[in-house]
Design a binder for this molecule. Structure first.
Ligand SMILES: C[S@@+](CC[C@H](N)C(=O)[O-])C[C@H]1O[C@@H](n2cnc3c(N)ncnc32)[C@H](O)[C@@H]1O
Length: 297
């Protein structure tokens, strides 16, 4: 069956969008992430892949792209995204696993993965799945949770925390929640075939006390200025790293974007039920405008 073999942080049925973002006093984090994305995104493009899209919190920020493909492991998150963004040819909603992406090679000219790497047990595997789906000249924006952040450094110095923020090893601070060392993420990106570029440090002031005392507009303006220091030092809990795919810039491949995540065949035929794979005979259902690559019929 379409079950992943790697442990997954399952958001099925989660109220993450509502609880964490809409009622969780995270306006500051949301706004500074929007600024970072705006700085790193190209003006326009053909087709962008959003990995771990969740409820589509960031999707409307990919303004210049003609089409956006939202992929998430959780069907309920994708359903929420569809409710928020609506059904249109511009948005393609996909339930799938980053470790077994259902996409052909070179069908995207941009990809993002925001607040998702920190749930991945096999981050390197995920990065090397994303890379072939991108055409040369593409960009990939990755947000990750930084273990070498100022708070962790202070806690370690004052012996309030046993693990060293300078140790390259990732830290699992809660089940399926990891913080990574920036140097290690850089190496993984290179190993996956990306050319890491500019870094922006984000959420410099993620402290409840500060958020209570200082007006949000001030914190956002200061964060926006400080994001540009990201290429010199990364001491924030969140880092936005842009990478490029080297090579002569080309156009995204025409035709179908799909590839069977089970057998790798590119021959998926549209039927009334969904996409039928000629290689392994599985049928990947399409229900209510959502492609499901997790549970074949
Ligand atoms: C913290 S949420 C972030 C959602 C969105 N990117 C945002 O910033 O609002 C992490 C998302 O990653 C998804 N996810 C976790 N593991 C995944 C996997 N193996 N493949 C695809 N999505 C995954 C979860 O279902 C969840 O929606």
């Amino acid at each position: 069956m379409g079950e992943s073999r790697t442990p997954i942080c399952d958001y099925e049925g989660s109220d993450y969008q509502e609880k964490f973002w809409e009622h969780g006093s995270r306006e500051y984090e949301d706004r500074v992430e929007a600024i970072a994305l705006k700085r790193l995104l190209p003006e326009d493009g053909t087709r962008l892949l959003e990995v771990g899209a969740g409820a589509g919190r960031n999707t409307s920020r990919y303004r210049g792209f003609r089409q956006i493909v939202l992929l998430d492991y959780s069907r309920t998150q994708i359903e929420l995204a569809q409710q928020r963004l609506g059904e249109s040819e511009r948005y393609v909603y996909v339930v799938g696993d980053v470790y077994r992406l259902p996409f052909a090679q070179e069908v995207f000219d941009a990809a993002t993965m925001i607040r998702t790497l920190h749930h991945l047990v096999e981050p390197q595997n995920a990065l090397s799945q994303i890379r072939p789906t991108l055409v040369p000249g593409s960009i990939f924006i990755l947000e990750y949770a930084n273990k070498r952040n100022l708070k962790a450094v202070a806690r370690w110095v004052f012996r309030r925390q046993s693990w060293s923020p300078f140790d390259p090893e990732q830290i699992e601070f809660a089940e399926l929640n990891f913080n990574f060392h920036p140097r290690v993420v850089h190496t993984w990106l290179k190993q996956a075939g990306f050319s890491p570029g500019r870094k922006l440090t984000v959420s410099h002031f993620r402290l409840n006390l500060l958020k209570r005392l200082v007006p949000i507009n001030v914190l956002v303006a200061l964060d926006s200025m400080m994001q540009r220091t990201g290429d010199w030092a990364q001491l924030t809990p969140s880092v936005f790293q842009v990478s490029s795919v080297e090579g002569t810039p080309g156009r995204v491949r025409e035709g179908s974007i799909w590839r069977c995540p089970e057998c790798g065949s590119r021959e998926l035929q549209k039927t009334t039920e969904g996409l039928s794979c000629r290689g392994c005979k599985r049928i990947w259902p399409v229900r209510n405008g959502i492609y499901d690559f997790k549970n074949p019929m």
